[in-house]
Design a protein around this ligand. Structure first.
Ligand code: FAD
Ligand code: SIN
Length: 527
């Protein structure tokens, strides 16, 4: 039987939950979430949430840093919304019970991270996302109009008469269900799993981008993928993130001879923007034929263990002492700057469909995201999408139910394996890209995507693991296509064959849609 509520939210990270809190007073809200309720990038966020709440700071200074990091491509209106609404929504989180670290006088303890000109990162030790998730779940659990279904993987959006009216989802037992609503929010997070080395959990497979693209929504800026420079690099251990806040507190990057090297690559040294630190680490490792390490030996050991307990525990599992040992690090796929194109209120190009958080592309990050701006984006634009959805519902009627498709006869087909997609993306669509590598990747991704589309058109059901692969494949292909189109280097997109930034030809953002005339670009900011 179909589930029917006023609002459907797909995903239960910061963006989805903040939207739910906004919508609960005006209607019945259904949240579908793919795995355990708190599983998603939000729960893993370490460093903190940026907001201009400290003395000497201001939204204008925060905007200037965000725009500088975005390398010429931020949508400045979106940035203004982020930095001006940010402090209000962060204070609201505190009123709702979020406990952030404070100094001995009781003021918020604000951390410094790369490319921030001021201390403006609120944190809860090194588990800020977990604290935010706890707070939002507590808020939402107290609202009787919100229902959440976990282990319910949305697989396809239902579009009728050009309007999104719900989603089909796969339950844990493999049965399909459908959920209908007047308005739908995609809050499915990122796609780090598209790469073999990632800081992202298993659920981050780009499902929202794939579903929205198939439903005809435009996607934008997908060539810009952020590789975090410092993930744990110990064979056999997960690529656990070693927060930038470590360097904010004084940790140093050392080459295999034990020398600090970052100032040779960038005047900002260890706190240079992430893309530059990531490339410097790879080059320095190659130059010295050894691993780069992160060292906190010179800092107070008790301070290190108290300030970063979760990271210290992860290092311990790998047999390392965060305070005393040099910790081997290397880059890993971390954050998707692009996504489903939205306006400032989360509207996508498909009526009835909204998107917020990492899955969305408001243009706020341009070509490169400033550290700790992502939680803030999820919070601010999740709330704004909620407000706009409430209004949009009053203006809409729900679509007519469509007839169920009956599967055609089975045709033989096969999908690539997840690991083959991930390794292809890491090798050819990672932090060093060139035409030859991108074409090699697309030569595998394009035919596989066509086979997938053919299969989906038959209406024959896919199982959970095939849906996972389908999302990886669709998102990987879109990233690779966007990376091939952009013949320059900027922010999170580096082309060895076009190593310079080219503002004459490429100071523009690009988007792509299935039914809306291929790729499209706009100079500067909004598209
Ligand atoms: P998520 O929190 O990822 O939530 C997505 C939700 O959608 C999940 O509930 C997931 O299960 C669900 N979902 C996905 N697909 C489906 C589907 N098909 N059907 C149903 N449900 C689905 N940012 C910062 O600003 N500061 C930090 O300190 C920071 N540290 C980070 C550390 C790590 C290790 C990582 C991985 C990221 C970090 N980030 C940080 C980035 C930030 O955490 C994310 O960008 C942000 O939390 C995304 O929030 P979200 O609500 O958009 O998505
Ligand atoms: C980190 O703590 O280094 C991650 C912060 C972020 O992704 O913004």
């Amino acid at each position: 039987m179909d589930l029917r509520q006023d609002f459907l939210i797909i995903g239960s990270g910061i963006a989805g939950l903040r939207a739910a809190a906004e919508l609960a007073p005006v209607g019945r809200v259904l949240i579908l979430t793919k795995a355990e309720p708190r599983e998603g990038n939000t729960g893993y966020a370490q460093g903190g949430i940026a907001a201009a709440v400290g003395p000497g700071d201001s939204p204008a200074l925060h905007a200037a840093d965000t725009i500088a990091a975005g390398a010429g491509l931020c949508d400045e209106q979106a940035v203004t919304v982020l930095v001006e609404d940010g402090p209000r929504y962060v204070h609201e989180l505190i009123e709702w019970g979020a406990v952030f670290d404070r100094d001995p006088e009781g003021n918020l303890a604000l951390a410094l991270e790369a490319a921030h000109g001021a201390r403006r990162v609120l944190h809860a030790a090194d588990a800020t996302g977990r604290e935010i998730s706890r707070t939002l779940w507590a808020r939402v659990a107290g609202l009787s109009s919100v229902t959440a279904h976990d282990h319910a993987r949305a697989v396809d959006l239902i579009v009728e008469g050009g309007r999104c009216v719900g989603a089909r989802f796969l339950r844990e037992d493999g049965t399909l269900g459908s959920a209908r609503a007047d308005v739908v929010l995609l809050a499915t997070g990122g796609a780090g799993q598209v790469y073999s080395d990632t800081t992202n959990p298993l659920v981050a497979t780009g499902d929202g981008v794939a579903m929205a693209y198939r439903a005809g929504a435009r996607v934008a800026d997908l060539e810009f993928f952020q590789f975090h420079p410092t993930a744990l690099d110990v064979p056999g251990q997960p690529r656990f993130l070693l927060s930038e806040a470590l360097r904010g507190e004084g940790a140093r990057l050392l080459n295999s001879y034990g020398e600090a090297f970052m100032t040779r690559y960038d005047p900002a040294g260890d706190l240079a923007p992430r893309d530059r630190v990531a490339r410097a680490i790879v080059r320095e490792s190659a130059r010295t034929a050894g691993k780069v390490t992160l060292s906190l030996e010179h800092l107070d050991h008790d301070f290190v263990r108290t300030r970063f307990p979760r990271i210290a525990a992860a290092c311990q599992l790998a047999g390392l002492d965060l305070a005393r040992d040099r910790i081997p690090v290397g880059p890993a796929a971390h954050y998707m700057m692009g996504g489903v194109q939205t306006d400032l209120d989360g509207r996508t190009t498909v009526a009835g469909l909204f998107a917020a958080g990492e899955v969305a592309c408001t243009g706020v990050h341009g070509a490169n995201r400033l550290a700790s701006n992502s939680l803030l984006e999820g919070l601010v634009f999740g709330a704004r999408a909620g407000l706009a959805m409430a209004q949009s519902r009053q203006a809409s009627g729900s679509g007519e139910p469509e007839e169920a498709r009956s599967p055609n006869a089975s045709t033989p087909w096969s999908l690539p394996t997840d690991t083959s997609i991930q390794s292809l993306m890491w090798r050819h669509v990672g932090f060093f890209r060139d035409r030859q590598g991108l074409e090699t990747a697309l030569a595998e991704l394009e035919p596989a995507s066509r086979a997938l589309e053919g299969r989906l058109q038959t209406g024959e059901p896919l199982n959970a693991s095939q849906w996972r692969t389908a999302s990886l494949l669709t998102t990987a292909r879109l990233i690779a296509r966007a990376a091939l189109r952009r013949e320059e280097s900027r922010g999170g997109h580096y082309r060895s064959d076009f190593p310079k930034r080219d503002d004459i030809l490429w100071k523009r953002r690009e988007s792509e849609g299935l039914h809306t005339g291929g790729s499209f670009s706009a100079r500067n900011g909004s598209i």
